[in-house]
Write a protein that binds this ligand. Sequence first.
Ligand SMILES: [Zn+2]
Length: 208
Amino acid sequence: MTNVTEKRFPNVKDAVAFEVAFAPFVYSYGNVGWDEYERYACTRCNYMEQFADFLAPKSECRKKDGAILQSYEYGVSIEIHDLLIENFDITEEDFRPIRNKAGDIVFFQITPQHIMLPLSDVNRVRKLKPCKKCGSVEYRIKDNKTKEDWEYYYISRETLDDLHDINRTYEEFEMHRPMYLVSRRVYDFLTERYPRMAFAPFFLKEKE
Ligand SMILES: [Zn+2]
């Protein structure tokens, strides 16, 4: 099976880090509202915080390797969670369980603990005005796009040297959500086994 990221980016062999960009969607139960796992931390800027595990039926997660959750966070299968912890510098802290209503773990949300250095050194990143109530800041990043409209980004040597196997960006973007990045070796490991898992590449760029 073709690696979907390779198909989108013929030069992917030159990429040095990868943003998680899984496409399948995992919905919660029809009668579970977002307020059962998220609440407003600030009512002025709508900053949301997650206070409980995301809930999803087992049938929603079946046959999915990686997925975007209805909460716009990302998740991986139990099998992938186990493989990542076994083979990489990744720990239980980098995940949060996703449960069904019976309380069984059915999938894992990724919650990377390592915060990267800012991406603004080699990308066009704009900082919005801080929230007047809570002081939180959102950023916008100018995507670079292939002819077919697939997004990719840049990373500096300094930021790459500081990269862990799984990471969150320093910047929070739309809806106060960071990007999640994995190292080259995690990408290679996953896409060899699960070629349908999609990522957006980061290419090395020297600071000017
Ligand atoms: Zn706020």
